[in-house]
Ligand binder design. Structure first.
Ligand code: CP
Length: 303
């Protein structure tokens, strides 16, 4: 592949290769001296037209740990604010001859447009409500590390499935890797045709948690809702907030995950977010290793 635009485009074998490569970089990433010369002379542009803490920082750290030159551009300080189009911006970035452009954009399909326009590798760091492939890869890495496998696990994804690029990428990926998926949330947040993607649907949190090996909680995407949110955040948390009581329905060794940012007390109670089942910060650590793996694999560092 020239680009990483979505998990939909990857085979189970390719996902396994990325996760295996990320494992070797996790070891590098956890050393005292973390820098290796692997991508010396390569240039990575992180172009974030939508807010980010984890994804942007971890792409920058990933590039730096591999000795690539990393440059960050945000939408609000670029000439997009003067009316330059995304296509013209991309052509100008291309003219400076980077090797990889990482893009986050609120419009679904923006990374795909860039991939067609420029010769550099494009990595999708989240496009609207469409896909967030690197998040799904780091989630799969975290589950595989803890459980030893992805095949056969019961994974429950709870929340605003309709607006969640994290849910979509994880559904594609975990399905390919043989996990059993259930999505749960209010009917207004579950797309009607979601079953076509090979998931079970439940509108009741406790039912969806039954026998779960992994539970992935999602943030309500207030920035993507056209109208007032229904149900309201208060109503939502009354029925769908993960807490000590309802988590008892899941398996004893259940993993609790969240891509962040967390709305404490809305989709997850603080005691569960910070509790013994939570691997939320482990997900963040693994995010650096996954992004190192992708930069390495895409820049042709592999002979
Ligand atoms: N999980 C995630 O994408 O977080 P950021 O929006 O902070 O990058």
């Amino acid at each position: 592949h020239k680009d990483v635009l979505g998990i939909k485009d990857l085979s189970a074998e390719e996902i396994t290769l990325i996760l295996d490569t990320a494992e070797s970089f996790l070891e590098v990433s956890m050393r005292d001296i973390k820098k290796v010369p692997t991508l010396r002379g390569k240039t990575v542009i992180n172009f974030f037209v939508e807010a980010s803490t984890r994804t942007r920082t971890s792409f920058e750290i990933a590039g730096k740990r591999l000795s690539a030159d990393t440059i960050n551009i945000s939408g609000s300080t670029s000439s997009l604010v003067k009316g330059e189009t995304l296509a013209d911006t991309a052509r100008n970035l291309e003219a400076m001859n980077p090797d990889v452009i990482v893009i986050r954009h609120s419009c679904a399909g923006a990374p795909h447009m860039l991939a067609r326009l420029v010769r550099q590798s494009i990595i999708n760091a989240g496009d609207g409500a469409h896909e967030h492939p690197t998040q799904a890869l780091l989630d799969m890495m975290t589950i595989r590390n803890r459980k030893g496998t992805l095949a056969g696990l019961n994974v429950t994804i709870v929340g605003d499935i309709a607006h969640s690029r994290v849910a979509r990428s994880n559904i594609y990926g975990l399905n390919k890797m043989g996990a059993h998926l259930t999505v749960a949330g209010p009917a207004t947040m579950i797309p009607r045709d979601i079953r076509k993607l090979g998931v079970k649907v439940s509108f009741h949190l406790e039912e969806a948690l039954q026998n779960a090996d992994v539970v992935m909680m999602l943030r309500i995407q207030t920035e993507r809702e056209q109208l007032n949110i229904f149900p309201s955040l208060r109503e939502y948390s009354a029925f769908y907030c993960l807490n000590r009581e309802n988590l008892k329905k899941a398996k004893e060794d259940v993993l609790v995950m969240h891509p962040g940012p967390v709305n404490r007390g809305v989709e997850i109670s603080p005691e569960i977010a910070d509790g013994t089942h939570s691997v939320i910060l482990e997900q963040v650590t693994n995010g650096v290793a996954v992004r190192m793996a992708l930069l390495y694999l895409l820049t042709g560092a592999v002979e």
